[in-house]
Design a protein around this ligand. Structure first.
Ligand code: GLC
Length: 650
């Protein structure tokens, strides 16, 4: 009896003690978490404050920003915080050779966000472990610029789902080791955004978040120095609002109002939106149109120094609150303007940037069959610090802007305007021997400039060969398509596929039937994903089977061979033929010779020396001296390190 009493007393004591222990544990955990935040904040505080004060000179707003950072940190869930901690230790997590991205429109690919979750197995089959979901935030129908006119940064477009669906998808992805990327459109808002609506009612507080002028002289002054982004579909950089009797700055479409980052309220609120979205489980944030975010009268309003201050601050804010996040900058600019967005090794800005010039130069090489410019471009990229990570791609949701090195081209006799015309004619299939199909975009009658739209497969000839039912041409088209992907996989950085390319999807002309899309030819390569074509991938003789299986082989090789390591030095090699691009990737004891034939003709390729090489495509190792390379064929030959050197000595 006495024993029972004693036990009961013990149990009672336990009962009262239990919540106390839980509470103490929770308090201790909170203390540890707070310490992590404080430590991160301390690491960046002085620089962040310095930059903030330099730009805004506003102590109170800076204090508000710090307070909000702590709030978003507190709201960040445990799983994400754990991921942050892991990634802090393994800061190169996103650069591995196993990384393979795919960008897609949610509705085209799977109807809605939940649908994407149901299709993750297919994406795994594509070896994809990084998904870029094209803009999905609330955006007015018919005035959305493909979702890049955001009306609410905290609401998913209702037909695509909800914020909860997004977080659930992020969790599903993380469970499978897949990273998720979304756009953060920070240059502008939709005219339907709450701020824009209030500004339109004449509320000065909100008008100051945009650029409003009642005097036409100022917009006129800007127009003298600011180029046009959409000269045909949305000419000029301002829109007149008759109801308000004001001009508003609209660099892109008239319904996309440029935000005024001189106003610290804009910066702070947009940073809160960034952190809110990061907390939904995003891994990669694509900063849309970043070069445009600071405006200055008398300049071209591109790449101004303040843009770098803002991106640097954003990087630090991310590292304090959610260090697992990677910033991908969309800098579609000439080469010397791109690399500065990496910042410096001590003061980094973006983690990743699009390799836009290499992409455009690749297509230039397809049309000219002359690799010289591509080689020059590759040499520039290869000379950059290895820490710089590029996102390589062949096609994306946008047009190809033909941003090439015209200085060099004109030294070789190719002048800018006629050369662009040649490229556009070639890719529209108007040039003798061209198999490409596609359409012009934003043809500028003043400058004679035009950009180009089409899918990879259509540009490689899959569409025209299919139409002509020409088997031989189709084989050549598939070979070209695979070669270009192999070239992209060989480059230094992360490869990014465009959804549909893995099954060779061709141009979709049905956009012309939709009045909202018809004026914008970019919709030619934004068609619905053809699931019925996926059924063919098991049949290797089909177009889809040929491309899908061909890509799969390349992806597996890339993932398993150390020569594809992010830090493996890459260089180009001299070769006597202007259509042969030779790229070498080197590790301590291996060398990859990646040789690409940018011509219709068979070429004999002489290896650096007659020696033993492993053909990574067939897996065979043997003595090789020369190889016959078909038109648009390529080689991935692995040999022992030092072979290139020995040839040079010879
Ligand atoms: C980016 C997007 C493009 C969009 C523009 C304006 O360049 O890639 O599609 O039109 O930003 O937001």
């Amino acid at each position: 009896m006495a024993k029972r009493v004693k036990n009961t007393a013990k149990a009672a004591a336990r009962k009262t003690a239990a919540p106390k222990t839980v509470a103490t544990k929770a308090a201790a955990a909170k203390k540890r978490e707070d310490a992590v935040f404080q430590e991160r904040l301390a690491r960046h505080h002085d620089e962040l404050r310095w930059l903030y004060m330099e730009l805004y000179g506003n102590d109170a707003m800076f204090a508000e920003l710090c307070g909000q950072m702590k709030q978003y940190y507190d709201q960040r869930n445990g799983k994400l915080k754990k991921l942050d901690a892991e990634r802090e230790k393994k800061s190169e997590w996103y650069r591995g050779r196993e990384m393979l991205g795919m960008m897609m429109y949610i509705d085209n690919f799977a109807g809605n966000i939940k649908g994407v979750g149901d299709k993750l197995s297919y994406l795994e089959k594509c070896n994809v472990n990084y998904i870029h979901l094209m803009p999905f935030l609330d955006s007015p129908k018919g005035r959305s610029d493909g979702g890049y006119a955001v009306a609410d940064f905290r609401k998913v477009k209702p037909d695509l789902g909800t914020m909860e669906d997004l977080s659930a998808l992020a969790e599903q992805c993380h469970d499978r080791g897949i990273s998720l990327c979304m756009d953060f459109v920070m240059n502008h808002t939709s005219e339907d955004h709450e701020w824009a609506k209030r500004a339109r009612q004449g509320d000065g507080e909100y008008m100051s978040r945009y650029f409003f002028y009642d005097d036409p002289a100022i917009p006129r002054e800007y127009e003298k120095t600011v180029p046009q982004v959409f000269p045909t579909t949305a000419p000029g950089n301002f829109t007149y609002l008759p109801d308000l009797k004001h001009y508003v700055m609209t660099t892109f479409y008239p319904y996309q109002w440029d935000l005024n980052y001189r106003n610290p309220r804009v910066f702070n609120e947009m940073m809160y939106n960034f952190l809110y979205l990061a907390n939904q489980g995003m891994d990669i944030i694509r900063i849309d149109a970043v070069p445009y975010i600071w405006k200055e009268l008398g300049t071209n309003c591109r790449n101004l120094p303040q843009v770098h201050t803002i991106v640097r601050m954003m990087r630090m804010i991310g590292e304090i609150v959610c260090p697992g996040i990677v910033l991908l900058g969309e800098v579609v600019m000439e080469p010397d303007k791109v690399a500065p967005y990496f910042g410096t090794v001590e003061k980094p800005e973006c983690h990743m940037l699009y390799n836009v010039t290499t992409m455009a130069t690749t297509w230039n090489t397809v049309a000219t069959r002359d690799i010289r410019l591509l080689r020059k471009q590759m040499d520039i990229v290869c000379a950059l610090p290895r820490e710089y990570t590029f996102l390589n791609y062949l096609r994306c949701h946008d047009d190809i802007g033909w941003g090439l090195d015209y200085g060099t081209l004109s030294d070789w006799g190719m002048k800018e305007v006629p050369h662009k015309k040649y490229l556009n004619d070639y890719f529209q299939g108007k040039t003798e021997g061209s198999v490409s199909r596609g359409e012009l975009y934003n043809e500028d009658p003043v400058t004679g400039d035009a950009r180009f739209c089409a899918t990879t497969a259509s540009m490689c000839g899959v569409e025209s060969a299919g139409f002509e039912r020409d088997k031989e041409k189709m084989e050549q088209a598939i070979r070209k398509d695979l070669m270009l992907h192999a070239y992209m996989f060989t480059q230094s950085g992360i490869p990014m596929l465009y959804s549909g390319d893995e099954i060779g999807q061709v141009n979709d002309y049905t956009y012309k039937d939709d009045p909202d899309k018809a004026p914008d030819s970019r919709y030619i390569h934004r068609g619905k994903f053809c699931w019925e074509l996926v059924d063919n991938i098991g049949d290797k003789s089909s177009v889809q089977g040929g491309i899908f299986n061909g890509l799969e082989r390349l992806e597996k090789i890339r993932r398993s061979e150390p020569v594809f390591n992010a830090d493996a030095p890459v260089h180009t090699k001299d070769y006597s033929d202007q259509s042969i691009l030779w790229v070498v990737r080197v590790t301590e004891d291996e060398e990859l010779h990646a040789v690409f034939n940018f011509s219709d003709n068979v070429k004999t390729v002489w290896m650096p020396e007659a020696a033993e090489y492993t053909d990574l495509l067939s897996g065979q190792t043997k003595m090789i001296d020369t190889v016959e390379l078909p038109g648009w064929g390529f080689l991935w030959m692995k040999g022992g390190a030092g072979r290139t050197r020995s040839r040079k000595v010879n």
